[in-house]
Ligand binder design. Structure first.
Ligand code: NAD
Length: 496
């Protein structure tokens, strides 16, 4: 078992994590503990923003809309965002250590994905904003002089950016960067489980000279806490939220009286379809990734794997052999599978493992808690699990579990595969594995989701639309779609 080196140590060990309001770090008021999911130890405390502090943050953001921030040109805002990206890279090791300590993520993943993508979000939205064109329509008028219509993009106002714990930094910056580049001001709320990288981001904002009030950070819980105070605040104009579908519904209710703009990226119950003509090895490897990445805690993970009958048994065997061989361990141990985010989440996932048995499923592999024989047994580790034999109506086939688990089932025809994949209230993404080009296009298009991958999974180009159909979300983020959400387009009609 390898522990973090001194350079990899959690930067806030034993400290109280502050909020950041109007350009100042605030540590007054109640606190809650921040635990490391590897061993359950409390590593820091977190300042919980009450309604009064949330109000101060929103008022600071509102005032900043009329301050120096409003006088910056788009080019100047973009230059500042690039400095944010540069500074994140300069402080890369601290971001890495903070993210890993909060979430228990594997070092290799956090190093190659979570933190680099956080920096990339600032650069790529700066690039996109500079490339955005403005619509222009010339029109005829009865007097023959004509008129010119052109669109200007104005900020929406104060944006609430609310992120979950599975990709804390990647998903928070995915909202903060486009909101800022469009000239808005932000009150960010990371998940109560993963507050640390957001504090580093606040430090970076201060260091590179983002004016006070433009970026504010509040910590706390959702219902009857910081989150609810933020989303019901009358001076918040727009909410960009990623999290559970049920939370999205609650936020909608809170936001309804003041009619806020909403962008929602919600839960999923994603299907992978593996056809008999697929490249077998690539499909097995890809499905392993799509089921077990980040310990199954990716909204895009496949929790339902449908496999064409001729290869079903062989595919399940290959998948189970690899799942059994996954090395479970802490972030610095070169393991494949880390802990879940918390004991509470592990209890939830374990309750689905039990339910799968009660619903008549057969556990092909896993199904329990590993014994690691040291302090990690106080952490939130769980076995990677494959289930077969459940009916389509089983709760384990219908509800998002959000752990390292999938249900495998055979299918006999393309039409059946498509029907079963779409037989869900969610609609985030799908993976289709086939070497038949015509089938690939035909099936991909029929998926009732926001994103279909063909012969891969989680391959992301930040310019593309990202989001879900049905219960998986409202609207699209990514590329120009994000710039659209975070801008108020205004038409100006000039008589010539
Ligand atoms: P969650 O909904 O419990 O919490 C997300 C955030 O919302 C947290 O910051 C939380 O404090 C806050 N929150 C909770 N209740 C609130 C309320 N009433 N008002 C305001 N804020 C509130 O989600 P989670 O458990 O942190 O994350 C896992 C979920 O996120 C899964 O369902 C997963 O599928 C989803 N997710 C979706 C995407 C996507 O892009 N579609 C990406 C990642 C995660």
């Amino acid at each position: 078992m390898r522990s973090p080196t001194p350079a990899e140590q959690y930067p806030f060990a034993g400290q109280q994590l502050p909020c950041y309001v109007a350009g100042e770090f605030v540590s007054s008021g109640q606190t809650f503990p921040n635990a490391n999911p590897v061993n359950g130890r409390v590593i820091a405390t977190v300042t919980e923003a009450d309604a009064a502090l949330v109000d101060r943050a929103v008022q600071a953001a509102r005032a900043a809309l009329r301050g120096p921030w409003a006088r910056l040109t788009l080019q100047e805002r973009c230059a500042l965002l690039r400095k944010v990206a540069d500074r994140i890279e300069q402080r890369f090791e601290e971001f890495l250590a903070a993210e890993i300590a909060d979430s228990g993520k594997m070092l290799a993943q956090a190093k190659s994905l979570d933190i680099p993508r956080g920096a990339a979000n600032f650069r790529s939205y700066a690039d996109l904003a500079l490339a955005r064109a403005s619509e222009c329509y010339e029109m005829a008028t009865p007097d023959g002089r004509g008129a010119l219509n052109y669109t200007v993009h104005k900020p929406v106002g104060v944006v609430a950016a609310i992120a979950p714990w599975n990709f804390p930094f990647l998903l928070l910056t995915w909202k903060v960067a486009p909101a800022l580049v469009c000239g808005n001001t932000v009150v960010a709320k990371p998940s109560e489980e993963t507050p640390s990288s957001a504090v580093l981001l606040a430090q970076v904002m201060q260091e590179v000279g983002i004016p006070p009030g433009v970026f504010n950070l509040v910590h706390g819980f959702g219902p009857a806490s910081t989150g609810e105070a933020l989303v019901s605040h009358p001076d918040v104009a727009a909410i960009a939220f990623t999290g559970e579908t049920a939370t999205g519904a609650a936020i909608m209710r809170s936001a309804a009286p003041t009619v806020k703009a909403l962008s929602f990226e919600l839960g999923g119950k994603n299907a992978a379809l593996v056809f008999a003509d697929a490249d077998f090895e690539a499909a097995v490897a890809g499905t392993m990734r799509s089921v077990f990445s980040n310990c199954g805690q990716v909204c895009l993970c496949s929790e339902r794997v449908y496999i064409e009958r001729p290869i079903f048994e062989r595919f399940v065997e290959a998948l189970a052999a690899r799942a059994r061989a996954l090395k479970i361990g802490g972030p610095y141990e070169g393991a494949d599978l880390g802990p879940l985010i918390s004991r509470a989440h592990r209890d939830k996932v374990l309750s689905y493992y039990r339910l799968a048995r009660e619903e008549g499923g057969e556990i092909v592999c896993g199904g329990g808690v590993p014994q690691l024989g040291d302090e990690r047994d106080a952490g939130a580790f769980i076995e990677p699990t494959i289930v077969r034999g459940l009916r389509e109506e089983a709760r384990c086939v219908r509800e998002e579990i959000f752990g390292p688990v999938c249900h495998v089932a055979p299918f006999d025809s393309e039409e059946e595969a498509v029907r079963r994949a779409n037989d869900t209230r969610y609609g985030l993404c799908a993976a289709v594995w086939t070497s038949n080009l015509q089938r690939a296009h035909r099936v991909a298009r029929q998926m009732e989701v926001g994103i279909t991958w063909v012969n891969d999974w989680y391959l992301r180009d930040l310019r593309t639309p990202f989001g879900g159909a049905k219960l998986s979300g409202i609207g699209r983020e990514g590329g120009m779609h994000s710039l659209g959400f975070f801008s108020e387009p205004m038409n100006i009609c000039v008589k010539l």
